[in-house]
Write a protein that binds this ligand. Structure first.
Ligand code: AGP
Length: 604
């Protein structure tokens, strides 16, 4: 969702805000804006469009000051326009606010204030915060903010500044991420740690119910009643060196090519002396009688793949749910259920709420997360990091491979602890899984051939993705990647289900991406392909190298290393990602920042 930044210190604030907004832009890119306190008055520049466009405008507007607020927007309330861009202010333009989240009762509060004579400029929910602060601002800014917190309902991370207290920022968080950065020359309030790259590695992760008062020379944390709260600071370990495009045209392509390295990193971290060690209390796994996996989007697809593997190896029931459905369904979680949530960002609102629900039900929780120190990572009983590094492309790629890999290790470990697989299989699989980086390299070597296929099919209006068994969720993922970045409608479907409806879509203008692997469903999938061919469908086949019979049925062939079915689930994502990427490039789409999307969905 939106990205917010506040800075107060000894440095000129504008360059700090501009650097941070560029890094926060993947959270929302509908509009951007800054406010700088200059000679005792706020100077505001904001407009629709990307940060780049704002920076061009800022070149012609001199702004100086050591306190400022910045925002990059993912529109929830009010169209994309200059007046709806943040920062927003009060009637006298003395109080500035930037906000990420949704104030659910803003309409009612706005009416109350309009009846008192307040004039609102925008259609946003956020503007209400500035006017409410104005309404309660009798002593200090933090006292006014604490009064406001008792009035507003919803989710929020916001930062407020006032001309009356020119060296102070006040921030508050409830169900949206907010982090305090402790710098040598000042303090930062940001939505996520990537904004602090090159600024500082020392942070305080704020929790729901925190109010933070930051001044040039120090900070204080209070609760929503104004009582002091003690917090410890942490050092960000994350390797930020991968935070630029390294010569690739897009972050997405760079992150696709990083996948062998990401898997190598997790092999080094979690496989030692031919043993899996996930650095968690193994009793959590040993005692689990049922796994309940919850996630959104791509992470949900990783959960679905692992359902097949874990049930096959560990012989315990696995249920996989989308977070938004889980949290509003009357789920029955039995004793000894292990709740697992998967999230790249660790901030996805629905997944966080699902985790809190499971904890409230007294269920043990484990999070598989990429972003260090994120809320989900800190709130779960146990966390396993996926070590994919910062993922900037909105379409998730390397985080997906890392999730699939970690879940395979988790499944194997569970089976070993529950004695449901023989040691021979365990040892040989562990040896083979360490070959994955090599196999991924050879999948990447197909890139130019996949580009040629994309050149043939990028004008299609629809795509169908088919697979059976544990690669079916990969078909869902392939369709999602294409939808996200090329805006072509695409559907992932189990091959066996095709005859029950989607076969009606088959015609020669419909590309059908078919995933086949060795194993028990290979022949069934081949017959499905023959049914597609019988209706002149155009088949793009992803299958094990050397499978001539399949090759003959395909119009376009993408061969991947011939590995066992379970391992193929780790390889298939690469051709799917590359196909979506090259189709989207041909359609001149904004690959890294697709329309209407955001990297971390922190509102419902
Ligand atoms: C995937 O490419 C999308 N960006 C999106 O579906 C994403 O997977 C979903 O929003 C979940 O995000 P999370 O892993 O950060 O929780």
């Amino acid at each position: 969702m939106c990205g917010i930044i506040g800075y107060v210190g000894n440095k000129s604030a504008l360059p700090v805000l501009q650097r941070a907004l560029k890094r926060l832009e993947y959270r929302g890119y509908d509009s951007a804006g800054v406010a700088i306190l200059q000679d005792g008055r706020f100077k505001v520049v904001k407009q629709p469009g990307k940060v780049e466009k704002l920076n061009v405008l800022l070149e012609s507007i001199p702004m100086h000051g050591k306190l400022g607020l910045g925002h990059t927007r993912w529109a929830t309330h009010g169209v994309v326009s200059e007046v709806n861009a943040h920062p927003h202010w009060d009637c006298k333009q003395e109080i500035m606010v930037v906000h990420n989240g949704i104030i659910e009762n803003y309409k009612h509060l706005r009416k109350e204030l309009e009846d008192k004579g307040h004039k609102f400029l925008s259609q946003t929910d956020t503007e209400i915060i500035a006017h409410l602060v104005e309404e309660y601002y009798t002593h200090t800014l933090e006292e006014a903010v604490i009064k406001v917190l008792s009035k507003i309902k919803g989710t929020y991370a916001f930062v407020v500044a006032s001309q009356r207290e020119p060296e102070k920022l006040v921030g508050a968080r409830l169900l949206s991420p907010l982090i305090l950065g402790l710098g040598e020359n000042g303090y930062y309030l940001v939505s996520d740690v990537t904004a602090l790259l090159n600024e500082t590695r020392l942070v305080v992760y704020l929790d729901d119910g925190d109010v933070v008062v930051v001044k040039k020379d120090g900070f204080q944390i209070l609760d929503f009643k104004g009582q002091p709260r003690r917090k410890t600071s942490s050092k960000i370990q994350w390797d930020f060196s991968t935070r630029d495009k390294a010569g690739y045209p897009h972050f997405m392509l760079k992150e696709i090519y990083e996948q062998p390295e990401v898997v190598k990193r997790n092999i080094t971290k979690y496989i030692r002396a031919e043993e899996i060690s996930l650095s968690i209390d193994e009793n959590i796994l040993r005692e689990a009688k049922h796994l309940w996996i919850v996630a959104c989007g791509t992470a949900y697809h990783a959960g679905l793949v692992s359902e097949y593997l874990i049930e096959r190896w560990a012989k315990i029931p696995v249920t996989v749910d989308t977070s938004s459905e889980f949290r509003y369904r009357d789920v029955v979680l039995e004793e000894n259920t292990l709740f697992i949530c998967i999230s790249q960002s660790g901030e996805t609102a629905d997944t966080l709420a699902a985790l809190r629900l499971a904890r409230k039900m007294g269920i043990r929780t484990l999070a598989v997360v990429n972003v260090e120190g994120s809320t989900i990572a800190r709130e779960a009983d146990t966390v396993i990091y996926t070590n994919a590094g910062p993922e900037i492309g909105v379409a998730s790629t390397k985080a997906y491979i890392a999730q699939l890999f970690i879940l395979q290790l988790l499944g194997l470990k569970l089976a070993q602890l529950k004695n449901t697989i023989d040691i021979g299989f365990y040892k040989s699989y562990l040896t083979e899984i360490q070959m994955i980086p090599l196999y991924l390299e050879s999948c990447l070597a197909n890139a130019s051939q996949i580009q040629k296929i994309a050149d043939e099919v990028y004008n299609a209006h629809n795509f169908l993705y088919l697979a059976r068994g544990m690669n079916f969720p990969n078909a869902l993922e392939g369709a999602l990647k294409l939808k996200e970045i090329s805006y072509i409608h695409a559907e992932g479907y189990p091959g066996g289900e095709m005859k029950h409806g989607p076969i009606a879509l088959i015609e020669d203008s419909l590309p059908v991406v078919a995933i086949l692997s060795q194993g028990r469903v290979r022949d069934k999938m081949l017959s499905n392909l023959l049914e597609v061919k019988a209706r002149h469908g155009k088949v793009i086949g992803i299958f094990p190298a050397g499978d001539q019979e399949v090759k003959e049925v395909c119009d376009y062939s993408i061969e991947i290393p011939a590995v066992r079915e379970e391992l193929s689930t780790l390889l298939v994502p690469i051709p799917l990602q590359l196909l979506a990427y090259y189709v989207a490039v041909n359609r001149k789409c904004d690959i890294d920042q697709p329309r209407n999307l955001a990297k971390s969905v922190t509102v419902e």
